[in-house]
Ligand binder design. Structure first.
Ligand SMILES: Nc1nc2c(ncn2[C@@H]2O[C@H](COP(=O)(O)OP(=O)(O)OP(=O)(O)O)[C@@H](O)[C@H]2O)c(=O)[nH]1
Ligand SMILES: [Zn+2]
Length: 355
């Protein structure tokens, strides 16, 4: 039976969604207060069931090992309407929040998101989606070789990061195969932060060098890792979060499903604080939804030029004020290459694929 045909019990949800029969009192937008609700951080979502971390502070800042912290399985309450819960969400839970096996809580509210990583509808998925909420850093994992870097894919990820209000970090893996500087030059004008990692054979087996610097940039933050297949993202995640398997095992106990069959994102706690959100399903981003103005915000040196732009300027058209501004030296000596980079990113929005 479809959900909306199911016989419904009259409950507090109805107070808000029922039309006002009398027509005199304006319908209140106020939600039931749910004063007993507890706050939780969504660490995994699998087919309508969310795994939520309760008792670990705002955005799970205290980590899953904080005293009293527990994982609670929850479903969306009807009052959420069409809002989707995603990994990284901060939510309010009511009902059975004990975290006992078989216990099921209800998500009655999604708190305001400080960042939203989106993906436009594409051929394989006709729905525009929020991929991850509240992350502050997007880590673009790219191998320097094997597989060859895909500059256009990195550009597209950069656009997605700027649009989402997230700081991008380029993580170049397999630096043992080729000096990472060669690859880095492509993004030099962007001033993109970058780290590199490489495999090193040691007595106790293969090790990843460069991990400490990467870890330092991840600690205390919520970071999303994206990368094409084969770049070494799993290797990195396992090295960063050695307990990842155990932790996902815990999630599996709750959801009853294996992580390997899942294509949804999962947040993994870092030992020193902070979270990495692994996104096995995301290889590229549809970017049609992206507003050029938001990409431009990543180029504060070029922003003043837009005063001379026609209304609704795409910043990639003959009338654009950026060219004159940069030619006149308004953005300094680096202006011309910065403008080339900006235009490249703006065009990445409309390119067909991330290859
Ligand atoms: N030379 C070298 N090889 C590496 C390095 N890191 C990972 N690899 C190898 O690259 C291959 C892919 O690594 P994975 O960690 O499975 O890559 P992935 O990005 O998770 O790929 P998928 O599992 O397909 O999503 C494996 O054969 C790894 O052993 C590195 O730093 N240097
Ligand atoms: Zn313009």
């Amino acid at each position: 039976m479809p959900a909306d045909r199911r016989p419904r019990r009259y409950d507090e949800d109805d107070v808000r969604i029922r039309p006002n029969r009398h027509g005199s009192r304006p319908r209140t937008k106020e939600r039931p207060s749910h004063s007993d609700a507890v706050q939780a951080f969504v660490v995994a979502v699998d087919r309508g069931r969310s795994t939520c971390l309760v008792g670990a502070g705002n955005l799970g800042a205290l980590g899953p090992d904080a005293p009293g912290a527990r994982l609670v399985t929850a479903m969306r309450a009807r009052e959420l309407g069409r809002q989707k819960v995603v990994v990284g969400d901060l939510v309010a839970l009511v009902g059975d929040v004990s975290g006992q096996p078989d216990a099921l809580a209800r998500i009655v509210r999604i708190e305001e998101r400080r960042s939203v990583l989106r993906r436009t509808a594409d051929d394989t998925d006709p729905v525009e989606r929020v991929v991850v909420a509240n992350a502050d850093q997007l880590v673009l994992v790219t191998a320097v070789a094997d597989p060859e870097p895909r500059p256009r894919l990195v550009d597209r990820c950069l656009v997605a990061a700027y649009d989402a209000g997230m700081t991008p970090l380029l993580c170049l893996t397999k630096a043992d195969l080729r000096p990472p500087e060669e690859v880095l030059s492509t993004w030099a004008p962007l001033g993109l932060e970058a780290v590199s990692t490489s495999r090193r054979e040691a007595a106790e087996g293969a090790q990843i060098a460069g991990l400490d610097e990467l870890r330092a940039r991840l600690t205390g933050r919520v970071s999303v890792l994206v990368g094409h297949s084969g770049v070494g993202k799993s290797t990195l995640v396992n090295a960063l979060v050695p307990s990842a398997r155990r932790a996902t095992g815990r999630v599996n106990d709750v959801t009853g499903r294996g992580r390997h069959t899942s294509t949804s994102a999962a947040a993994l706690a870092l030992e020193g604080g902070g979270w990495v959100i692994d996104t096995p399903g995301i290889r590229s981003f549809g970017l049609a939804h992206v507003d050029p103005e938001r990409v431009l915000l990543a180029f504060p040196d070029l922003v003043p030029a837009t005063a001379d732009c026609p209304r609704g300027c795409t910043h990639d058209e003959p009338e654009c004020g950026l060219d004159g501004f940069v030619e006149a030296g308004g953005a300094g000596a680096a202006g011309p290459v910065r403008l080339v980079s900006l235009r490249r990113l703006l065009r990445a929005r409309s390119s067909e694929s991330g290859d």
